[in-house]
Write a protein that binds this ligand. Structure first.
Ligand code: GLV
Length: 306
């Protein structure tokens, strides 16, 4: 059985998978850029690798939670089953990032930074967490854990997903009206929706205006969701208080982007939840073993885009 790996940390993934699957031949796409495989374990694979595959390809594992780059690749072979990383260590990192960004605004660290620039000593009395209702958009393997984790931290959490979901300690909503409801009820929203045609620009002037005055937008998910010009307009007008952005429609964010200098925006370089290679390799090995044993594994719905 041959597994070809394509990833920025391919050598590490190769070593881990070789140890976990001793009977498999695990090679990197540098070693075999255009050879057939039984399985591909890939993130954003080159066309040549996809085009070299034939009917013996049994499955593709997306070495990331988001499958947008893979599904948008015109050389992706039709019909072959696709799966993706599910949590694999990323959910707790996303929860860390979300909490950090939420506390940055809810505990006034944004205002203290401004005060420090002016050498102004002024206590701002903290508001209780119950006054910072949070909306989590996207309740997949990662979003669900972020929502439940924030609820465990004492926040009132509203969750939005495309289809109905039930989560511990979270008030859940779905569908178009559900999104409106979550935006209206939440002082902070956290976007963890997958990048699909349906989520493109979902946070725009109209939807973001539904958030209460002083709202905060946190995006550790995908950059396609937010219309950035609309976000900046609402920050500048004072309707929104701040934003923490980890992902952008085009990455890296170019040095000339005015967003870097915007006083109400915190920027990080797609670093909220990097792929944890040990966890990822264990999940990939498990998928391959189950595929080999003819067991069903959760697959990506190409039409839905996640
Ligand atoms: C990272 O962005 C991922 O999709 O896992």
């Amino acid at each position: 059985m041959r597994i070809i790996v394509h990833h920025p940390l391919a050598a590490k993934l190769q070593a881990l998978l070789s140890a976990m699957l001793p009977h498999a031949e695990v090679v990197t796409s540098d070693e075999m850029p255009a050879s057939r495989a039984d399985y591909l374990a890939v993130f954003n694979p080159p066309k040549a690798l996809l085009e070299a595959q034939d009917a013996s390809l049994k499955g593709i594992i997306n070495v990331a939670a988001g499958v947008d780059a893979l599904l948008n690749n015109p050389s992706l072979p039709p019909n072959v089953p696709i799966t993706k990383l599910r949590d694999a260590g990323m959910a707790s990192l996303m929860l860390d990032y979300s909490l950090y960004a939420l506390l940055h605004f809810s505990r006034d660290f944004d205002r203290y930074a401004e005060q420090a620039r002016e050498r102004r000593w002024k206590l701002r009395f903290p508001q209780p967490r119950s006054q910072w209702p949070v909306g989590v958009l996207g309740l997949g393997a990662i979003g669900a854990q972020v929502a439940e984790g924030l609820a465990r931290h004492g926040y009132q959490v509203n969750g939005y997903s495309r289809s109905a979901k039930t989560l511990e300690g979270v008030t859940t909503f779905h569908g178009e009206e559900g999104l409106q409801e979550v935006l209206q009820r939440s002082r902070t929203i956290i976007n963890i929706l997958p990048a699909t045609p349906a989520t493109s620009g979902i946070l725009n002037r109209t939807t973001l205006s539904q958030m209460p005055e002083g709202g905060v937008v946190i995006n550790p998910g995908r950059g396609n969701a937010i219309m950035l010009d609309d976000l900046v307009e609402l920050l500048d007008s004072g309707h929104l208080r701040g934003a923490a952005l980890d992902v952008f429609p085009h990455e890296p964010l170019p040095p000339e982007s005015p967003l870097w200098q915007h006083p109400q925006i915190l920027i990080t370089p797609h670093s909220a939840a990097p792929t944890m290679m040990e966890d990822a390799a264990a999940q990939i090995a498990d998928y391959i073993e189950r595929w080999e044993n003819g067991e069903a594994i959760p697959s990506v719905d190409r039409d839905a885009g996640y």
